[in-house]
Design a binder for this molecule. Structure first.
Ligand code: CA2
Length: 142
């Protein structure tokens, strides 16, 4: 089973700024933790982090062209703005799970909107790195 694990803008800053919201662990820690988790579960992970919307669209399309089985996606701020990511997820029609480190439902009004949610089988929010593991488990069950 091959899964794309896609992270959006500023998530490369994890552990560097705003530890109260996003924790003290780095993006590299996230990749290492999920690599180990995927190995346990027999999953091949493909990690993409980009600060650019178009590169995230390309990553989603690549999941389709490379015959991935699903996508775990934290689109970060593009969650709340991007019709392009929604369209890409709809176009490829692979099972996708939306993940957020923080509990977006308890944050600002503008974070209550998610464009991508409509194209995802589930949304997991506020569980930190464990949310990504839950998303992988959900896709494995699928
Ligand atoms: O909670 C999440 O995972 C978010 O997707 C994170 C986004 C935010 O725009 C969403 O509303 C919720 C922000 C990612 C920024 O990550 C940073 C990490 C460390 C320091 C600064 C930003």
């Amino acid at each position: 089973m091959k899964l794309y694990i896609v992270n959006g803008p500023n998530l490369n800053m994890l552990g560097i700024r705003e530890p109260d919201i996003y924790g003290r662990h780095t993006y590299e820690d996230l990749v290492n933790e999920l690599t180990a988790y995927c190995a346990e579960k027999g999953v091949e992970p493909i990690f993409v982090q980009s600060n650019h919307e178009g590169e995230l669209v390309t990553a989603i399309q690549n999941a389709y062209f490379e015959e991935a089985d699903g996508i775990v996606i934290n689109p970060a701020a593009y969650t709340h703005t991007s019709v392009a990511l929604l369209d890409a997820l709809k176009a490829i029609a692979l099972p996708a799970v939306e993940v957020h480190l923080s509990d977006v439902s308890a944050r600002e009004d503008f974070r209550q909107i998610s464009y991508v949610r409509e194209a995802c089988i589930a949304t997991i929010s506020g569980k930190g790195f464990d949310g990504y593991k839950e998303a992988i488990d959900l896709l494995l069950q699928k």
